[in-house]
Design a protein around this ligand. Structure first.
Ligand code: 5AD
Ligand code: SF4
Length: 432
């Protein structure tokens, strides 16, 4: 009899990749098959996020829903960041849950599924040298973890509490994983870490001295890997050595995520981000001067405690100056175990919401006008997948999504494309 596992994934790319690793371990070592139907599953997993309050609140209603529809003997496991953060409270509050597996412990998935009532949430557990099973069948892109945890002390962020201290994954493990992926036909890798450009600061075993620039350099030597992306770097650690490697390494895609959080020096200080508006803009200017078609994305929080209209206008000033290609914007959400949770002067929700709308509306205008400038340009596109509307989708080196009429033989290949038209979220191209 086949056994099936269903997994719901909330949150960031790190969680998406954790879910991939969980599925591979369960398939290879425990004989589970992946299903997209929770009613069919023998094991239901919820891989949770706790970065803001909303997804966390959603968890208990989700558990209730799954408990109602699940097969009689199916188990429910809660994994990920909320599992780390709430631990045994989850089992106490919800008798439908069989086990709780924290974000830092996912390599224990194959044992915990056999232990009813188990809780594995230690945030000092070290699986930085654990090599996960692989069940890859195909695909042109793959994610590769380069570190676990986070050592930054951003005052709004719960992640150091859920994922523990930062430890880099040994370089030989990363390189051999990338080599294996290249042999399987992967052409583009996405390096993952909470703070990727801090790579090499701490390993749990003896390791030769190395930093993120060196890692990029070594990865670029692998035949078959044509593109390297990474998320997320910290603006503070974008020193000249990093900028040079980023600009000059031919395989490193010219698209970068630079989480700004706020443009106000007062708020950046309260957030303990470690840089100023001037530093951020200077790094952007330097990158733009080195790279002609650079795409820059960012994360912005509005309504952080003490943020007044002038502070928000400082954020908008940076938005105008940089002309970000993507902005993930959020209203500040108070998180337990963070320093900012004890700050007074919370911004009323209505004001924070107004600022969010102003930011998002302005960004839509920026995107519309900047995407129009792409018309007529020619880019190399790696075609990734077919769409249901008869088009296929791929990305340029600088991270723009391009669509063109579907041609099966082109999936997984690079072709030159001329941009014919633009939409806010993608560009329309003609294959040359
Ligand atoms: N409230 C709102 N947004 C947050 N982020 C992190 N913590 C919070 C919080 N408490 C945002 C940051 C981060 C992104 C992943 O989520 O912008 O870069
Ligand atoms: Fe990812 Fe942070 Fe959410 Fe954890 S809390 S899943 S690290 S976004």
């Amino acid at each position: 009899m086949d056994k099936y596992v269903f997994i719901e994934t909330m949150g960031c790319a790190m969680n998406v990749h954790d879910s991939e690793n969980i599925l591979a371990e369960l398939e290879i070592k425990e004989g589970y098959k992946h299903t997209l139907d929770p009613k069919k599953a023998d094991l239901i997993l919820i891989n949770t996020c706790s970065i803001r309050e909303k997804p966390e609140r959603k968890l208990f209603s989700e558990i209730g829903q799954y408990a109602k529809i699940k097969k009689k003997n199916a188990k429910i496991g809660v994994c990920g960041c909320t599992a780390s953060h709430l631990g045994e409270q989850i089992l106490k509050k919800s008798p439908d849950v069989n086990f709780v597996l924290g974000a830092r412990n996912i390599s224990k998935i194959t044992s915990i599924i056999h232990q009813d009532g188990a809780i594995e949430v230690a945030t000092d557990y070290d699986d930085s040298s654990y090599v996960f099973a692989s069940n890859r069948a195909s695909g042109v892109k793959a994610m590769v973890n380069i570190s676990i945890g986070c050592d930054k002390k951003c005052t709004y962020c719960i992640v150091p509490h859920t994922r523990g201290n930062e430890i880099s994954i040994p370089m030989d493990i990363i390189l051999s994983q990338a080599q294996k992926l290249a042999q399987q036909g992967v052409k583009e890798i996405l390096l993952l870490g909470q703070n990727v450009n801090n790579y090499g600061k701490k390993f749990s075993t003896a390791h030769p001295k190395v930093n993120f620039s060196k890692l990029l350099h070594e990865l670029a030597q692998i035949d078959g890997i044509y593109r390297i992306r990474f998320t997320s770097p910290h603006p503070l650690q974008m020193d000249d050595e990093f900028l040079k490697e980023f600009a000059c390494n031919q395989k490193v895609c010219k698209s970068i995520h630079m989480p700004l959080q706020s443009g106000s020096n007062k708020i950046l200080k309260l957030m303990k981000r470690g840089y100023t508006q001037k530093w951020f803009l200077e790094r952007v200017a330097k990158l733009k001067s080195m790279i002609p078609h650079l795409s820059i994305g960012t994360d912005i929080i509005v309504g952080f405690p003490y943020e007044d209209d002038l502070d928000f206008q400082e954020t908008m000033h940076v938005v105008e100056k940089v002309q970000f290609d993507t902005i993930y914007s959020f209203i500040y959400s108070i998180r337990p175990h963070t320093e900012a949770a004890s700050l007074e002067h919370n911004v009323p929700y209505a004001i924070a919401h107004q600022r969010l709308l102003e930011l998002q509306n302005r960004h839509k205008e920026i995107l519309d006008s900047n995407n129009k400038k792409e018309i007529g340009r020619v880019y190399e596109i790696l075609w990734e997948n077919a769409r249901e509307d008869g088009l296929m989708e791929g990305k340029s080196d600088h991270g723009k999504i391009i669509r063109a009429p579907f041609q099966e033989e082109l999936i997984g290949t690079f072709t030159a494309v001329k941009i014919l038209d633009s939409r806010r979220a993608y560009l329309i191209g003609e294959i040359l």
